[in-house]
Design a protein around this ligand. Structure first.
Ligand SMILES: Nc1nc2c(ncn2[C@@H]2O[C@H](COP(=O)(O)OP(=O)(O)OP(=O)(O)O)[C@@H](O)[C@H]2O)c(=O)[nH]1
Ligand SMILES: [Mg+2]
Length: 378
């Protein structure tokens, strides 16, 4: 199972209580206050790791809880700090803080639930007036995006999602010359908590975009050691696939193959276009067209449609450098189609290839490297 989006609840540990105690020893009847401090609560820490590639662990355990600090004890003993909860997430995880769901409040009898202007619930006691109550639902919609809190990109990068509460001070901290027996201590502080959305955006240099069956997975197989499933039916690829393309001088490019995009994907037709988040970080987009026009498709119409779907998803996608590739050039219809394509769509350089037969690969590899280097530098 490939999980690239998950909602979690995280709570850091609360601090331990400070202790109220007094030193009592033989021959020391009034030894003064010696209550220890409470330990600090553990943090919830996210750590990016390149050893994992999806968020399945958080899918099965969506409550990230750190340990509470231990309470202080007599004889000046401080409580242990709570253990941090270190959660490994794949590189490329974006974290959003979601608004906390409003707890369901039981309305007093005869009262109606109304929505206050600030969005909170309030109860209006029915006085017999017949004005309409606008929002009777007891929960608020949590549909908005939330606040971006972290973007974990580098392997080993850490981010403290929730900080543990401080431990309370024991009573020995409050002794003064005039108050030598303080009979109070501090309680521990609560740890931070919240609801979060983890979203994985794979990190790749190039992203392969195209209609289903255009040959994206075939191309990834030809240029890398990745072995995605290839078949002559649409939506063979259901999850993003990553391949590493190596050059003779050990230069490496990461290429990402995503499921096929079709007309209306922005309205969730096909697999929708949620998977396009994985090519958001790509430096170069490779637009792969089936130049043979299999399934009675027209490559120029496909090209326009893909651009329009990318624009509907995020206009910034069109600002990325693009490489337009004409695949399946081994098919008889392809040559005529390519001619027509060049006539209909002017000024767009097209790279012919036949991914299934390793034709045009060298040219593609060089062009892709040039395009990535032009943006990233060598
Ligand atoms: N003749 C010919 N067929 C090709 C070529 N490249 C891919 N194919 C065929 O096209 C079909 C689809 O290839 P895939 O690589 O699975 O296509 P895809 O774009 O990944 O498709 P989805 O995963 O469904 O989006 C397969 O039957 C391939 O054998 C090519 O260069 N020439
Ligand atoms: Mg595929």
């Amino acid at each position: 199972m490939f999980v690239d989006q998950v909602k979690v609840f995280a709570r850091a540990g609360r601090g331990g209580r400070g202790c109220v105690a007094f030193r009592r020893e033989i021959f020391v009847p009034k030894g003064g206050p010696d209550g220890g401090n409470g330990g600090r609560g553990g943090d919830v820490i996210l750590e990016a790791s390149h050893d994992i590639n999806n968020l399945i662990a958080q899918f099965f355990n969506s409550r990230l809880l750190a340990q509470n600090g231990e309470h202080g004890l007599g004889k000046g003993m401080d409580g242990h700090a709570g253990k941090d909860c270190v959660v490994k997430v794949p590189c490329g995880t974006v974290v959003w803080r979601l608004p906390s769901p409003i707890p369901t409040v039981i309305a007093p009898e005869g009262a109606r639930v109304v929505q206050a202007p600030g969005g909170e619930q309030a109860f209006a006691v029915d006085m017999g007036a017949d004005e309409p109550v606008e929002a009777a639902e007891a929960t608020l919609a949590t549909g908005h995006a939330g606040e971006l809190v972290a973007d974990l990109v580098e392997h080993g990068q850490q981010f403290a999602l929730c900080s543990g509460g401080r431990g309370g001070l024991g009573n020995r901290n409050f002794a003064t010359a005039r108050r030598q027996t303080p009979r109070f201590a501090q309680p521990g502080e609560l740890g931070g908590e919240g609801h979060f959305l983890f979203e994985l955006r794979l990190i790749a240099d190039a992203g392969l975009v195209g209609y289903p069956n255009a040959g994206k997975s075939t191309l990834l197989t030809a240029i890398s050691k990745a072995r995605p499933k290839i078949a002559a039916y649409p939506f063979t690829t259901l999850h993003p696939q990553i391949g590493i393309m190596e050059y003779p001088d050990w230069h490496r490019l990461v290429v990402c193959d995503v499921p096929g995009l079709i007309e209306g994907a922005h309205r969730n037709v096909g697999l929708g276009h949620a998977f396009l988040r994985h090519i958001r970080r790509c430096v170069v987009l490779v637009l792969l067209l089936d130049m043979a026009g299999t399934d009675a498709r027209e490559p120029w119409a496909d090209y326009r449609q893909i651009l329009s779907e990318l624009k509907l998803y995020d206009p910034a996608m069109l600002e990325k450098p693009r490489l337009v590739v004409a695949n399946k050039m081994d098919e008889p219809a392809a040559t005529a189609n390519l001619k027509l394509f060049r006539r209909k769509i002017r000024g767009v350089p097209v790279l012919p290839m036949a991914a299934a037969f390793d034709v045009g690969m060298e040219d593609f590899r060089n062009r892709l490297r040039e395009a990535v280097t032009a943006v990233r530098g060598a």
